[in-house]
Design a protein around this ligand. Structure first.
Ligand code: PLP
Length: 286
């Protein structure tokens, strides 16, 4: 018997493709990406790079996806939907870095937000040793913005003397912008520095008391969601940081370890809205 397939006209809903790992605790990785992208009023499509075994305390191990399978996941989405930005998170192996470079080479015009994930918040490794160099070689030249935390920035630019030099070095490796996040540094203020603008721009926040699981994923995905809607990268960084700070202020101790950012805080009744209200990104006011 013949089957009929219904083809519908694509709509104008903006789409982010998140290429990232699965964290079963739901704090980081692809869960975080989906929630942060939805919060910008954008549709999240996903391609999974790895399954991790971890909780809110730390990572035990990860199993990378077969590179060919990752390429297939990404390309089937890219051929089907008008992807407005690609967010890249945990890659884990050099082969997966190369697989992502292959995917990006087919779509040279889509903006890319690259979160160079190397370790989890608990200190467990999320990448084999050669991954940092492979990310610099294969993915920096294709990135609109790279969002290392201060530890990742040190690994990616090991010879730089201080944060300013590190940011300048990283911004010379091919991406348009580099946002070095200061959440892991000491001090009662969190300083995030954006390089690729002259002079480098500082975004300062009061330090919150908790340790968080998935804050970097949240930020990079929010930035990708905003860019997919047409925001300029510098505005997207500012709005993405504001959104992420809110998710941390509403974070919850759901597991025994780090707090999980509440990325859907805007949907809570206590915040004056309910699930029928529009997410913050759709009104574009943070
Ligand atoms: N991606 C995955 C799959 C992870 O498991 C983690 C941390 O555990 C991260 C990314 C990075 O998390 P964060 O946003 O806390 O830097």
């Amino acid at each position: 018997m013949e089957t009929t397939q219904t083809m519908t006209e694509p709509t104008e809903v903006p789409v982010v493709l998140a290429i990232a790992g699965h964290d079963p605790s739901g704090g980081a990785g692809i869960h975080a990406d989906i929630e942060a992208i939805v919060s910008q009023g954008v549709h999240p499509a996903t391609a999974i790079t790895a399954l991790t075994v971890q909780d809110t305390v730390d990572v035990q191990r990860f199993v990378p996806t077969e590179p060919k399978l990752l390429i297939e996941q990404a390309l089937i989405v890219l051929r089907d939907m008008p992807v407005g930005a690609i967010k890249i998170g945990m890659l884990g192996t050099v082969e997966l870095v190369e697989a992502v470079a292959t995917i990006l080479s087919r779509y040279p015009d889509i903006p890319v937000v690259l979160d160079p994930v190397l370790v989890a918040g608990g200190g467990g490794s999320l990448a084999e040793n050669a991954v940092a160099a492979a990310i610099v070689e294969h993915l920096f030249p294709r990135a609109t913005i790279v969002t290392p935390n201060s530890h990742e920035a040190r690994v990616l630019a090991p010879d730089a003397a201080d944060l300013q030099e590190r940011g300048t070095v990283l911004a010379s490796l091919g991406s348009e912008y580099v946002l070095v996040k200061g959440g892991d540094e000491p001090g009662d203020k969190v300083e995030n520095w954006l390089f690729g603008v002259e002079p480098p721009r500082r975004f300062v926040y009061e330090r919150l008391s908790g340790a968080y699981h998935g804050s970097g994923c949240t930020l990079s995905s929010a930035i990708a969601g905003l860019i997919a809607q047409g925001s300029e990268p510098v505005n997207a960084v500012h709005e993405g940081l504001e959104y992420t700070h809110q998710t941390l202020m509403h974070a919850a101790a759901i597991g025994r370890g780090q707090l999980i950012p509440h990325r859907l805080f805007w949907a809570d009744d206590e915040n004056g809205t309910d699930m029928s209200d529009e997410p913050p990104g759709s009104s574009r006011v943070h």
